[in-house]
Write a protein that binds this ligand. Structure first.
Ligand code: GRF
Length: 212
């Protein structure tokens, strides 16, 4: 039985997509840094183990990270999946979980790291936007990429309409990446490349065929 801990801060739609993907032989627990996170209600209703580590109780980041680690360690996780988790984690925490700590980011990294990615994409006038599942490293939003999905930016798009289009793809690629990890099909090379079944991973569903 594999153990997966999902960290959330709010709505929890990605957490829900991960849970509903129902990875075989996995036990999932959900931890939030916000007691009022809407996603907690869903997790409790599903009968999952839940916990809250409220960052406001820990003014120093190192103390918050330590409390979060302690809560995570009660589940002895094989994977820690950040799903809309809105706290920056310190280097010690990240190194402790390196190789099993994964995040989803709502842009085609390395474009638009940080917050407000959809507004940034619209302001930049890009024609293609999307989302990225990546291993977490100490540098923000820049770890080795497991999978990406692209969506078109359409005339008249607003931040909200673009976010909604991207979110649909988030719910596709994050469960897919989780399954690959659970099935031990992913290998991270020393050069920081992610290999799927021994080859460089790629999601080609939104890529135009060669020659067009
Ligand atoms: C998602 O867009 C995720 O990529 C970003 O924050 C949002 C969280 O949404 N990091 P949800 O809580 O998973 O619904």
């Amino acid at each position: 039985m594999k153990s997966i801990v999902i960290l959330i801060s709010g709505r929890g739609s990605n957490m829900r997509a991960l849970v509903e993907a129902n990875p075989p032989e996995c036990k999932i627990a959900v931890i939030s840094n916000r007691p009022a996170a809407e996603g907690l209600a869903y997790a409790r209703a599903r009968g999952l183990a839940t916990a809250v580590v409220d960052h406001r109780d820990y003014p120093a980041r190192a103390n918050f990270d330590a409390a979060l680690s302690a809560a995570i360690e009660t589940h002895r996780p094989d994977l820690v999946l950040l799903a809309g988790f809105m706290r920056i984690l310190g280097e010690d925490f990240v190194r402790r979980y390196q190789g099993r700590l994964v995040n989803i980011h709502p842009s085609l990294l390395p474009a638009f790291p940080g917050m407000h990615t959809h507004a940034a994409a619209l302001a930049a006038g890009v024609k293609i936007h999307g989302c990225t599942v990546h291993f977490v490293t100490p540098d923000l939003d820049s770890g080795p990429i497991l999978i990406q999905a692209a969506v078109p930016v359409l005339p008249g798009d607003t931040e909200e309409s673009l976010a909604a289009r991207v979110l649909v793809q988030e719910h596709v690629i994050y469960p897919r990446a989780m399954r690959w990890l659970v099935e031990r099909r992913i290998r991270l090379t020393d050069a920081g490349q992610v290999l799927l079944d021994g080859e460089q991973s790629c999601d080609t569903s939104m890529i135009a065929p060669a020659g067009q």
